[in-house]
Design a protein around this ligand. Structure first.
Ligand SMILES: Cc1ncc(COP(=O)(O)O)c(C=O)c1O
Length: 403
């Protein structure tokens, strides 16, 4: 029997949420269009969830918050123990020592520091396409040329890395840094061991260092499992800077509390020295306690129940687009909570432009995300971290007013 309630969707208006209170800012491109009166805004565009976090997280924060002194501190043993235990129980990784773990003020912040450390000459960086927008933005802002390598469907329609293209670009563009997303946002692929092995073998051959963003590693679905990039070989372990966080899994993005795992002592030292220079990369005491609460046995039970709900939501959307919306194609995500249906044929068949389609969704409160931001023309990304009943309402509105 389920212990936790994933049918509740608290009203987020006025509670510090860009998802529904769409404030202009210089990072996110907001959904375009006006929602008509009579329709509430259902946020599916940004990668956070509409579920309350696990009770054990709130309890850990509140327990710390009631002690009314928030002075200087250093991360506790409990914090490091929580991470090593979580990594062991989740991915069977048993060799992480305390010195391999370092706090990061957001995964994107960590990636940006890692880029500076690994690639001070600003050589091109290999990234797969479709691409998480945060990668593109940070690479562009920091003056890194982006070498996009397209993921390609195999004979079963599964998106795979194109190793020949990766090799060609590595050689031609003299690439020495790759940015991997594992599991992959927005395709929802959970890379299999052989896929990572093959990529890491290529990187070994051409001496390419790897930044591995594993922020989605907990949210593997439908029997898939996450393989940490560093675990595929001793060489991979030494050439990879990996990033993790409890933020996607437990809906904690607003608390900020990510971390890196680096085994290579030289890289770890370089990263630490680089990050210490600005003095901005220090943990917040409440996010430390949030992580400890999340990475607990209660947190794991909550997460397993969440994953069942996400699977149902993905199944629901998949069968909706298969059966009720002719011309829309969708690959089923294996992990994350994002899906990207493609409306190219639908637009052609219905004589509608893609921009009209996007706006017509927003008009009825379906706040979805233009896939062009991820290099997917005619794709629309939907983040499915919401109660199934509310998702049914979304699909009902799409059927009745949009498609
Ligand atoms: C792949 C990936 N990396 C990083 C982030 C953002 O991480 P953070 O908020 O810790 O910077 C996201 C958020 O959607 C993401 O999907």
């Amino acid at each position: 029997m389920a212990m936790y309630d994933f049918t509740i969707m608290p009203d987020r208006h006025g509670h510090d949420s860009i998802a529904v209170d769409l404030q202009e800012n210089d990072f996110w491109v907001l959904p375009q269009g006006e929602t008509k009166t009579g329709f509430d805004k259902i946020p599916l565009w940004i990668a956070d969830m509409n579920f309350p976090t696990a009770p054990c997280v709130t309890e850990a924060i509140v327990k710390r918050a009631v002690h009314p002194i928030y002075g200087y501190f250093v991360p506790s043993d409990e914090y490091f123990d929580a991470i090593t235990r979580w990594q062991k129980e989740s991915f069977d990784i048993t060799d992480i020592a305390r010195q391999n773990i370092g706090y990061e003020n957001g995964v994107l912040g960590g990636i940006t520091s890692a880029l500076q450390v690994l690639n001070p000459a600003h050589e091109p960086v290999l990234v797969h396409s479709p691409t998480y927008t945060g990668f593109t933005t940070q690479l562009e802002r920091n003056g890194y040329p982006v070498a996009l390598s397209q993921l390609c469907p195999d004979e079963n329609g599964i998106l795979r890395m194109d190793y020949d293209d990766m090799e060609r670009q590595i050689k031609e563009k003299r690439i020495h840094t790759a940015l991997l997303c594992s599991p992959h946002n927005p395709s929802g692929r959970v890379w299999q061991r052989w896929e990572l092995e093959q990529a890491m073998e290529l990187f070994r051959q051409y001496d390419v260092n790897v930044i591995s963003d594993e922020i989605w590693s907990d949210l593997t679905l439908f029997g898939t499992c996450h393989i940490p990039t560093q675990s595929v070989s001793e060489d991979a372990k030494q050439r990879t800077i990996a990033f993790y966080a409890p933020s996607k899994t437990f809906n904690l993005a607003g608390l900020v509390g990510s971390y890196h795992i680096v085994y290579n002592q030289k890289l770890a030292d370089q990263l630490r020295i680089y990050e210490s220079k600005c003095h901005y990369n220090d943990m917040n005491v409440l996010s430390m306690h949030a992580l400890i609460g999340a990475y607990s046995s209660d947190g794991r039970v909550w997460m397993e129940e969440l994953k069942k709900v996400l699977e149902s939501n993905i199944n629901l959307v998949y069968s909706f687009f298969q059966n009720e919306a002719q011309g829309v194609s969708l690959r089923k995500s294996e992990g994350t909570y994002v899906v990207v249906p493609n409306f190219e044929n639908w637009c052609k068949v219905h004589g509608r432009t893609f921009d009209e389609l996007l706006r017509s969704g927003v008009e009825v409160g379906v706040l979805w995300r233009d896939g062009r931001q991820f290099h997917i023309p005619y794709g629309i990304r939907l983040a499915l971290g919401l109660p199934t009943q509310k998702l049914e309402e979304v699909l009902h509105r799409l059927k009745q007013y949009v498609l």
